[in-house]
Design a binder for this molecule. Sequence first.
Ligand SMILES: NC(=O)c1ccc[n+]([C@@H]2O[C@H](COP(=O)([O-])OP(=O)(O)OC[C@H]3O[C@@H](n4cnc5c(N)ncnc54)[C@H](OP(=O)(O)O)[C@@H]3O)[C@@H](O)[C@H]2O)c1
Length: 336
Amino acid sequence: MRAWMLDDFGLENLNLHEIPTPEPAAGELLIKVSAVSLNYRDKALVDGIYAPEKMPKGLIPVADFAGVVAATGSGVTKYAVGDRVTSHFYSTWQDGPWLPEYADFQVGGPLGGGLAEYQVLSEDAVVPTPPYLSDEEAATLPIAALTPWFAMREYGDIGAGDTILVQGTGGVSIFAIQIASALGARVIATSSSDDKLARARELGATDTINYRTTPDWAAAALELTDGRGVDLVIDVVGGEGLRDSIRAARGSGMVAVVGFLDGQSATLDLMDVIWHQTHIQGIAVGHRRSFHDLVRFLDEHHITPVIDTVYDFADAHAAYDQLARGAFGKIVIKVG
Ligand SMILES: NC(=O)c1ccc[n+]([C@@H]2O[C@H](COP(=O)([O-])OP(=O)(O)OC[C@H]3O[C@@H](n4cnc5c(N)ncnc54)[C@H](OP(=O)(O)O)[C@@H]3O)[C@@H](O)[C@H]2O)c1
C-alpha cells in the first residue's frame, strides 16, 4: 500500500512510501481509508512541537479518518467487512473521567494515523459512520466536532436560552457554531474577516464580532449580553487572550480551554477568576461514548460539515500548507 510517513520532523520529511498492508490482530479492523481531515495538532506534530518525544520515526500521521472495513481480526463482534467506520481519536478512552495513560493511544501519533491506503484500529477505536455523510464529510468529525460537543454537553449543559462564544472560523469553531445553533443556543462568533462572519451567520451564528476591527471583543460580547456575559466560551486561541475569555463569561460561567493558536501559556488575574467564579475547564477532545451521542445528534439534525478544500492523496503537502494559512472549516485529503 501507499503511505505518507514522517521520516523526521518537518514537512519536507513527510514522504510517500510503498509498504506492506498491515494485518488486523485480534480485536482489530483493517480499514480501507477513504479520506482524512487535518487538525492543527497534525501540523504541530509534523513541526515537532506536539509531544515529539512520544512520536515514533516513520509515523503514518493524521488523526482523523473515515473508511470501510476491509478485514477483521479474530474476536471482532461489533463490525463486519463492508461497514463504514470513522476513527476515534483517544482510542482507549471509552467513557468516564480522563486518565493520563489515554495520551499514549492517540490515533495519528503515537499510534499510526490515516494518511495511508489502509490502517488498523481496535474495534473500540471507531464509531459507525452516519449514513447521511460521505466519508470525506465523516473524516472531519473525530476531533473538530467532538471537542466542542464534549465541552457543551459533557461539561456544560448548553441548550435553548444559553449563549456561547466561539473564536475564529477554523474547524472546531465552525462545528461549535453548527452544534450550538442546533441545540437552540445563541452563538456569538468572532473572526478577523467580515466575509467569514457573514458565512458564520449563514451557519447559525446569531451575533458576530470582527476581532481585528474590535480588538476588545470581550467588551463587545458583554455589551451584546447586556453586561451579563456568555454561558460558555470555547477558547481555541489561548495565550494571554484567556483573560478576555474570562471577562466575556458570565458569573459562574465556563471557559473551555481548547486551543493554543496564540500560545501555550497565559497570565491570569486571579481576582477576575475569583470575582467571576469562572469554571476554567480544560478539554481534551472526548471519549467514545460521547462521540456516539454526537453522531446520533448530527444525524438527527442533518448537520453537514463545512469543508474548505479537498486535496488529492498526492497533494498532502499542499493540504498542510493550507492548514498553516487557515481555512474556513475543514481541510480534507482524499485517500481511497
Ligand atoms: N483540546 C482539544 O481537545 C483540541 C481539539 C481540537 C483543536 N484544538 C486546538 O484548538 C485550536 C484550533 O483548532 P482548529 O483545528 O479549529 O484550528 P484551525 O482550523 O487552524 O483554525 C484557525 C482559525 O482560528 C482563528 N484564529 C487564529 N488566531 C486567532 C486569534 N488570535 N483570535 C481569534 N481567532 C483566531 C482564525 O479564524 P479567522 O480567520 O476567522 O479569524 C483561523 O482561521 C488549535 O490550537 C488546536 O490545536 C484542541
